[in-house]
Design a protein around this ligand. Structure first.
Ligand SMILES: NC(=O)c1ccc[n+]([C@@H]2O[C@H](COP(=O)([O-])OP(=O)(O)OC[C@H]3O[C@@H](n4cnc5c(N)ncnc54)[C@H](OP(=O)(O)O)[C@@H]3O)[C@@H](O)[C@H]2O)c1
Length: 335
């Protein structure tokens, strides 16, 4: 582990635990603070060296260790150079449909593990398709290490328990409450929604126009209008359950409300018709994402486990409650 002060200007002083891409962004700052709190050394990476240097000063005043690296992910060579002496890369640069691929490929080439906070279905699916390559390279890839994916994935895994047979249907929904919406989130949602409504039907990907399959769910005791969205929760629920029918809902923007709590919901329908549900509640969704990303990163550093993963499949359903103050309630149908 590097023991050195922040070295603004990109001077390489050794290996950092984490190269944090997009460190100056909304999520980057929150994740940097969480990583520093876990005593990891950080390479603060992004396009704007001035902003990164200010962030480095604030972090080092609190005892954090690391350095600043100027990187634009549209340029392949500097990305590879920047991650070469990191133990794990954490990427907050979306849309992940566009940037997860090139960054993950650079990690695979160099042999460095990778964690992202993607919540776009195509990005997750493509990242998970790199499983064999990751195992060959001895690299761990984790996608969806945030509220998006982990909050519904923990519920699905809890509902499945030790059951070996696949359920008939799994439905999930995530409704994060966030204080601010950044340019990165806005562009990511815009690009992701162009995929339309994506679900699994009879085990196959089904695509329909956005808005198809809209319904009303009770989230946090409030009835909210939701619709199937092209979110990574879909892929995580399918992989965890093996169910042929899977739907991941997102709230209609007008139905988000002024709630300061974030909610996730999951429902498992068994072949005999029993229906089990589970709910999760926590505070600010972005803070939860930062805590989940940092905890995932700490575990990637601490444990071997090559391959491509979603966070709770790799580190267990308790990851979310270990990292955040989430409360979970499980309702099981009578046998
Ligand atoms: N899974 C979840 O639950 C979850 C939760 C929150 C956010 N997210 C996702 O995380 C992503 C980031 O969100 P955010 O709120 O942090 O966005 P943000 O505040 O806009 O920050 C994005 C950061 O990425 C940097 N960046 C953009 N393009 C870059 C490039 N080509 N090379 C290097 N750096 C680049 C930006 O740098 P500049 O300042 O130079 O533009 C900025 O620092 C979004 O895709 C969002 O959807 C997921």
């Amino acid at each position: 582990m590097l023991i050195a002060p922040f070295m603004p200007g990109g001077v390489l002083v050794g290996t950092v635990d984490v190269l944090l891409l997009g460190a100056a962004g909304n999520m980057g700052r929150l994740i940097a603070a969480e990583l520093a709190g876990r005593e990891m050394s950080i390479g603060l990476a992004g396009r704007n060296s001035e902003v990164l240097t200010q962030l480095a000063r604030r972090l080092s005043a609190n005892g954090a260790r690391g350095e600043v690296r100027t990187v634009d992910v549209t340029e392949a060579v500097p990305v590879t150079e920047a991650l070469m002496d990191a133990r794990v890369v954490v990427s907050t640069i979306g849309p992940f449909m566009r940037w997860a691929g090139p960054v993950a490929e650079a990690c695979l080439d160099v042999g460095v593990s990778y964690v992202d906070i993607a919540n776009e279905w195509p990005a997750a699916r493509r990242l998970l398709d790199r499983d064999r390559h990751a195992r060959e390279r001895g690299v761990t890839l984790v996608t969806g290490a945030g509220f998006g994916v982990a909050a519904t994935e923990t519920l699905v895994l809890r509902l499945l328990g030790d059951t070996s047979g696949a359920p008939a249907r799994v439905r999930v929904a995530g409704a994060p409450a966030v204080a601010t919406q950044s340019p990165g989130v806005a562009s990511t949602i815009r690009e992701a929604m162009s995929q339309g409504a994506v679900t699994y039907r009879e085990g196959q990907v089904a695509r329909e126009p956005l808005g198809t399959g809209a319904t009303v769910l009770s989230l946090g005791g409030v009835q909210r209008r939701v619709f199937p969205g092209p979110v990574a929760d879909l892929e995580a629920a399918r992989m965890a359950s093996g169910a042929p029918e899977v739907v991941a809902y997102v709230p209609e923007p007008s139905a988000r409300g002024a709630d300061t709590a974030s909610y996730a919901w999951a429902e498992v329908t068994w072949p005999d018709g029993r229906v089990d549900t589970a709910e999760l509640r926590l505070g600010d969704g972005n803070r939860a994402t930062a805590a989940i990303a940092a905890e995932t990163t700490a575990r990637v550093l601490a444990q071997d486990g090559s391959g491509a993963w979603t966070p709770c499949r790799r580190f267990g359903a308790a990851l979310v409650t270990d990292a955040t103050d989430a409360t979970v309630i499980v309702h099981r149908a009578a046998a």
